[in-house]
Ligand binder design. Sequence first.
Ligand code: ADP
Ligand code: ZN
Length: 722
Amino acid sequence: MLQYPDLEKHLKYHFGYDHFRPGQREIIEDALANRDLMVIMPTGGGKSLCFQLPALLKQGLTVVVSPLIALMQDQVEALRNNNIPATFLNSSLNTYQVRTREEAIMNGKIKLLYVAPERLISDRFLPLLDVVKEKIGIANFAIDEAHCVSEWGHDFRPEYRQLMLLKRRFPQVSTIALTATATDRVKADIIRQLGLKDPAVHLASFNRQNLYYEVKTKSKRPYNDLLEIVREHQGSGIIYCLTRKKVDELTFKLQNDKISALPYHAGLSDDERSKNQTRFIRDDVRIMVATIAFGMGINKPDVRFVVHYDLPKNLESYYQESGLAGRDGEPSRCTLFLNYGDVKTIEFIIGQKPDPQEQLIAKQQLRQVIDYAEGTDCRRTIQLGYFGERFPGNCGNCDNCLYPKPVQDCTIDAMKFLSCVARCKERYGISYIIDVLRGAKNQKIILNRHDQLSTYGIGKEKSVDEWRLLGRSLLHQGLLEQTADGYSVLKLNALSWEVMRKQRTVSIAVPVVQKTNWDENNSSKAAEAEILNYRLRSLRKQIADEQNVPPYMIFQDSTLKLMAQMQPKTLEEFGELSGVGSHKLSQYGERFLAEIQDYVKDKNSQIPANYQLNYSSVEFPTDTEITTFELYKQGFSIEEIARDRHLKPSTIVNHIENLIEKNQPIDLNNLIPLERQKKIWQILEVLGDIPLTPIRENLGESFTYEEIRLVKARWKRDKKKA
Ligand code: ADP
Ligand code: ZN
């Protein structure tokens, strides 16, 4: 029975979505019933909506605590794009801005306030919150990234600890804590530290159904394999490498192959890093080549593929890093390259660690990664098993399930292996057991007198690798266990005994060389829709640039795809597409409809040759920018250039902005009166590099976004040179 039958209607109206993701409805219902909540969902699961929708349906202000300024700004921007009154308070604002925003809150004009923890619990802010509570009410506290309260999490922040103040001061206000960290220890810590009262705990599955997992054994020419993957996709991708040097080399190679790529690693300046990251988020550049330091704080839902060109540190990092793909729920691909040369390098690095305990753990973690990579069972079964979640296999969306290797009955060998574990009293790891099976004459075996065992030497006919494969498969299938103390000691369980008693047969997959075929759109019908999709993407990028926001904030990939498939003819039809809410319908409906109509009229239209230019090359002006530049040099105004080129003035502004950034000689005095430039410049000096909307708030309506954008581009370039 539905408690709140209209929730879907509100979801559609405000956010444009037709359905809730798993768990969202239940969580929202609990929030509406004023329960304290502990929400654990994987990245991309849709946590934000769980407090955003209740915020709109409840009386009063919802206060969202968030640790990162960039994420805060992103979320507020995305909400505003849906016409939802939201704002943030953090250290990037000046006193004047803070006061304006606080006034808006006091006047009940804001539904969601994002705030940094240290500001929230400050002596200045808490009394203000008291007044808010009296005057308009507080609907909820939402604590995002709640694992930050826990020293056991991976991102402890002391200022989160003080959030327990909130429950004491506002005992009647319910709290929603949200995190993607699943361990029991962290969970218990969050509940205790935040003082949650009898919280409803929602633990979503960590299975990310839309992600395709695959492993490729690095061939002699791994770069070619990588290039193939990059070329099979049109959307954004991340490629992880182990070292800075490799990042730089790979970026260079890709750029040479005309792939729009930029590097990201600790060797770059802060400024360069954040610039590259922004270009990636805004789809100015398609590929980010990065060391593993990249990505955790970024909000880009439309990453279509993540490649680990080198092995990840451990399975948990692999899950999180590959999980950056497909946060919007669209099909996306996660590829891991396995190279035994890398293993040697990593083992060497581990050997350099001073602490032997640390070495041991690192070695075990590496072993698990290799097991995953070599594994022949469903990738999800292995990954989720690592988080303690049982997954039955047959996911239909990993290489091992789609291209299963031939299966072989190996009950007899499994019995030999398991009884050898038993004879050795469950005190050794896999290598030792294999040595015994193969009758190795190593000293340890002789000393332990294990050469006297009946299982000694009964497995000579199989190679070490073959035995390893069997042992690991037994582990993955749960027919054998191993300790997690760093020693990986093999232990028998009830199922192992069933095998030894011949009550259960065992089969394992035999690895073969395989060729995975990844094609986002391989049918010819899809190919046609793809042409329209190109055009819609270009339009989206253009609108995004006009507003200075990332393209995904205009419409998500899935919504563009629906437009291309359904080809709506009226605004009404357009409004029915998933992802089109009331506000976006009124803002962008006409323009997208017009693009679709144009396409239909001109069915023979080709993929625009300059589509790839959406991803501009990094240093040099693109062809279209150069054309604009030529006209500018001849003394034409922006309006005139736009008319001449049949482009929108905002597009021309965008060209000029890029030209400035790329150090081309543009004299702003030809475009904007000096007095106005000065005013904008002054504001930038005070406020720094913040989004355009607040800058314009300060300058007043008489200033256009175009003027601000141009001066800002100039200002940024000068800052960089200084
Ligand atoms: P998380 O914080 O859990 O990583 P987000 O809240 O950022 O995830 O949501 C991930 C993406 O999923 C966002 O782009 C969001 O707009 C989208 N999303 C959330 N809920 C839904 C839904 N019910 N239907 C479609 N898309 C959704
Ligand atoms: Zn599978």
